[in-house]
Design a binder for this molecule. Sequence first.
Ligand code: TEU
Length: 574
Amino acid sequence: DAAREWWRTAVIYQVYPRSFADADGDGIGDIPGITSKLDHFVDLGVDAIWLSPFYRSPQADAGYDVADYREVDPLFGTNDDFEALLAGAHERGLKVIADLVPNHTSDEHAWFQAALAAGPGSPERARYLFREGQGEHGELPPNNWKSIFGGPAWTRVSERAAAATDGITDGQWYLHMFDTRQPDLDWNHPEVRSEFEDILRFWLDRGVDGFRIDVAHGMVKAPGLPDWDGEVAMVEGSSEAPGPEDSHEAADDGSTGAGNSGPMFDQEGVHDIYRAWHKVLAPYEGDRALVAEAWVEPLSRLARYVRSDEMHQAFNFSYLTTAWDAAALRGVVTASLEASDAVGAPTTWVLSNHDVVRHASRMGLTGAAVRPNGIGKTDPQPDAELGLRRARAATLQMLGLPGSAYVYQGEELGLPEHTDLDDDLRQDPAWWRSGYTEAGRDGCRVPLPWVADAPGYGFGPTGKTWLPQPDTYKECAADVQRTTEGSTYSMYKAALATRRAKDLGLGSLGWVEDFAGSASVLAFVNNDVLVLTNFGESPIALPAGAQVLITSGPLTTVGEQTAVPQDTTVWVQA
Ligand code: TEU
């Protein structure tokens, strides 16, 4: 039954391995640490876990710079450890999704090292995007593209030599849309294509249930690599109610400004790759799945990545970047469902991940547009109480929607962003490559608190943590959250159980118009659950006798009736 393919309705939990749980005591999370916590996922009630990259890597971009796609980094364990994790997950009925990074390799990948050594014009260089520079002596980059982390997207081999140990000094330049240590592959090269199909099979053979495809919209570049004057940046978002001029108000097509255009993104050629990958997965039993990480807008354009012979899902970042506003959210939900229905794919919902400010803090920012690349010391600080209240309301809304949803580790604990990291502890290359204008993404990557009264909040056996945890983590620790009535964790757990019992993932959404005559309410029915969010100041009375299934926060009363206060979502038996 195609409608029952697991990924259509799955709630997928993102594990960021270096910060999830540490088994060996070095202060960095690892695969045995994840295996030791598998019951956390079962207790919470998710269907699958997605692991950010654990492959051998110099960690110049926290593992999104892969040196060997078939080997677990010793930092995280061994391939046997991974197989044990997979077996433990499968025993518990959990699916496991790996993260594949095909746009670029690490500069320590054997192919890139060979390309440097072999020199200009060699077949080894043809797997990457090496070009001659412009100017009389080739001293200017081949085009004007900027790296997403800041600075030029080109590095000259001769300039690299000073910093690197390879000692190669010719004058060619290579393209890197991210860090200088993440050279972009040339996806027109047949060896690149066949190598990645082999890598997919390598992990599929071991039992991996699917892949999250990093920068899925960026792998193919426009022929000739033409100049481009537009912006390339990590996505912009806003937590503010949109004004008429605000580009983040969802347009009818769901656009919120989350998209990317330009000759390095969303080129027609990427779809051939995904059609080929679809065929690689098809013969494997168990409905293996591909999910596109593609910051593409409008949603109708994103939907092209999940046509029936391409990927199975794509992250819907438009929902994440939509302002906290009833009309804007209704617009983006409608557009998301329309776009995915048109291609027969499930839509997905995402509020947080390892690249954006945690939604418990992002939603507590008022007054300034939210930059996803972290909150710096001089930035306006979030209102923690407001942020958590809205984050819980947003999550309860998200989990009531049909389709598949993603949860980022720690959000089930109500974890805030760490907004006060010392500059010299920050490790994200986006921090220094941006010329220190972006705070970097470290604040959402801090090691998880498991035990309130243990050193390092029980992250590992020694109390060491690769980034310091703020004091506010104490009340977020898993042991406290699990046993506290009304905690964020209890809300997630109740919502996931009810979502499953009532089959909301496969449900269909009907808007309830004009609930209580208020324009500040967003209300819809999915199967037999009414999901209602109140964005306005006045509490919204529920009909007499309404049976509240779950609430994101304390309810109030209006006269005799139970009422929903501002920034609160309830699920009511319809
Ligand atoms: O992020 C991809 C990413 O940053 C882009 O999709 C970007 O927002 C867009 O293309 C440009 O506007 C992924 C990982 O999630 C991130 O952690 C890595 O740093 C990055 O790829 C490089 O691998």
